[in-house]
Design a protein around this ligand. Structure first.
Ligand code: G6P
Length: 364
C-alpha cells in the first residue's frame, strides 16, 4: 500500500476501502491450524509466562484506547483473564499499583504518542512486563516494549483512524486466541475463532458494498445537532468509537452510552432532534437491546440500528453479516466509519485534517 490517493478523494475513504486487505495482512502467516491457535513471533512470552498472567491491562489514547476496550473484552472472553483498558494519560498520573502478575499492553498506531510512551517507561522502570500492539514498525513504543504484535495496517495518513483501528481489534483477537489456547480455550473453540477470522476480509468487502445506502442515511442524519450512540458489552466500545469518529470528522456532538444506562439519565435527552445509533448484534443481549429501542421510540427518538437482522423499532437498519459473537465488534463499526465519512462530506468538512487535531500527539 502506498501514500498515493489511488483515485479516492480523501485518505479517509481510501483507508476505509483498504480494510479487507489490511485484515488479510494481519492474519497472514499467523494461523496455526494444527493446534487451532496463532503464532505471534514477536510476543516474547513463553507458555509458562502466559499461564502465570493474572490480569491484562491495556493502555492507549483516543481510537487506540477504544480498540483496547474491545481487546480487553476479547481477552476476558477467550482467555478468561480479567482484563481492562484505560487511557494511558490517566493511568500514568494516578500512581497505579504495578503488579508483577499483570501483563500490560500499550496500543498505538504511530507508536509515538507521548502519553502512551511515558506510561510504558514508568511501567518498565517498575519492572512490569509490557507488550506493544503497534502499527509503525520500529517506532518508540515498539522499541521500548518487551515484545508485541505489529498490526500491519499499512500507512495511515488521515488524522482519524479507521483501518488501523480495525487491524488493532483483529490483532487483539489474535492475542486473545493465543492466550486462550495456552490456557483453557478448547480446540473446538479455537477452530471456531479461526474460521471466523478467515471470514473477515470477505465480510468487510460485503459491508463496503453497502456504501451507497450509508451515504443516503448520512444525508438524512446530517442535520442532527447531536447524536446518541448505544450498545451493550461487546457493542459498547463499538458505540464509543463510532461516536468519536463522528465527532472528530463531522463536528456533530455525539455521546456514547451503554444501552443499559439510558434510563439512569441520558433518556432525558431523547427527542426527535436527537437521533440514536444503536449497535444490535444477534447475541444474548438482543432482547435487552430491543427493549432499549422501545424506550427510545416511546420518546419519539429517531433510530438507526446496525444489526444482524432488521430491527422493527428502528427507522433504518444497516445489516451487517454475522460472524462469531466474539468477533462481531470488528464488523459492526465499519458501516459507522462510512456514516462519519459521508456525514462530514455532506457538511463540507476537512475530512483528512479535522480542525484542532493531529495524527499523533508527541507532546504532553
Ligand atoms: C491522536 C489522533 C487519534 C489517535 C490518538 C492515538 O489524538 O488524532 O486519532 O487515536 O492520537 O494515536 P496513536 O498513534 O497512539 O494510536
Amino acid at each position: 500500500e502506498s501514500y498515493d490517493l489511488g483515485g479516492h478523494d480523501t485518505y479517509m475513504h481510501k483507508e476505509i476501502s483498504e480494510q479487507a486487505d489490511a485484515v488479510d495482512r494481519a492474519l497472514r502467516g499467523r494461523i496455526d491450524d494444527r493446534f487451532s491457535t496463532v503464532h505471534l513471533g514477536g510476543l516474547n512470552l513463553d507458555a509458562r509466562e502466559a499461564r502465570a498472567v493474572r490480569r491484562v491491562k491495556i493502555l492507549g489514547c483516543g481510537t487506540s484506547y477504544h480498540a483496547g476496550q474491545i481487546g480487553a473484552q476479547m481477552i476476558e472472553e477467550l482467555a478468561r483473564i480479567p482484563s481492562d483498558a484505560e487511557p494511558a494519560s490517566e493511568f500514568r498520573y494516578r500512581d497505579p499499583v504495578v503488579d508483577p502478575d499483570t501483563l500490560y499492553v500499550a496500543v498505538s498506531q504511530s507508536g509515538e504518542t507521548y502519553d502512551v510512551l511515558a506510561a510504558v517507561q514508568e511501567l518498565k522502570r517498575k519492572g512490569a512486563r509490557v507488550l506493544g500492539l503497534v502499527n509503525v514498525v520500529g517506532s518508540a513504543i515498539a522499541r521500548e516494549t518487551d515484545g508485541g504484535i505489529y498490526v500491519h495496517a499499512g500507512p495511515e495518513v488521515c488524522v482519524v483512524s479507521t483501518k488501523c483501528f480495525t487491524n488493532m481489534v483483529v490483532s487483539f483477537a489474535l492475542l486473545a486466541l493465543h492466550l486462550g489456547r495456552i490456557r483453557d480455550l478448547s480446540v473446538a473453540d479455537g477452530k471456531r475463532i479461526i474460521e471466523g477470522l478467515r471470514k473477515l476480509p470477505g465480510q468487510i468487502d460485503e459491508i463496503l458494498k453497502g456504501e451507497a445506502e450509508v451515504k443516503k442515511l448520512a444525508a438524512e442524519y446530517a442535520d442532527a445537532k447531536s447524536m446518541m450512540f448505544i450498545g451493550r458489552v461487546r457493542g459498547y466500545p463499538v458505540a464509543r468509537e463510532a461516536s468519536l469518529k463522528l465527532k472528530e470528522v463531522s463536528y456533530i456532538h455525539a455521546e456514547a452510552y451503554p444501552a443499559s444506562e439510558l434510563k439512569h439519565g441520558p433518556l432525558a435527552l431523547i427527542e426527535p432532534a436527537m437521533p440514536t445509533v444503536a449497535i444490535v448484534p444477534d447475541d444474548d443481549l438482543l432482547e435487552k437491546n430491543r427493549a432499549a429501542l422501545e424506550e427510545i421510540k416511546a420518546r419519539h427518538g429517531r433510530i438507526l440500528a446496525v444489526a444482524h437482522q432488521e430491527q422493527e423499532k428502528a427507522d433504518h437498519t444497516i445489516l451487517v453479516p454475522k460472524n462469531e459473537p466474539e468477533l462481531d465488534p470488528i464488523l459492526m463499526g465499519i458501516p459507522l466509519q462510512l456514516l462519519a465519512y459521508h456525514t462530514a462530506l455532506a457538511l463540507g468538512r476537512d475530512i483528512d485534517k479535522p480542525r484542532n487535531l493531529a495524527k499523533s500527539v508527541t507532546v504532553e
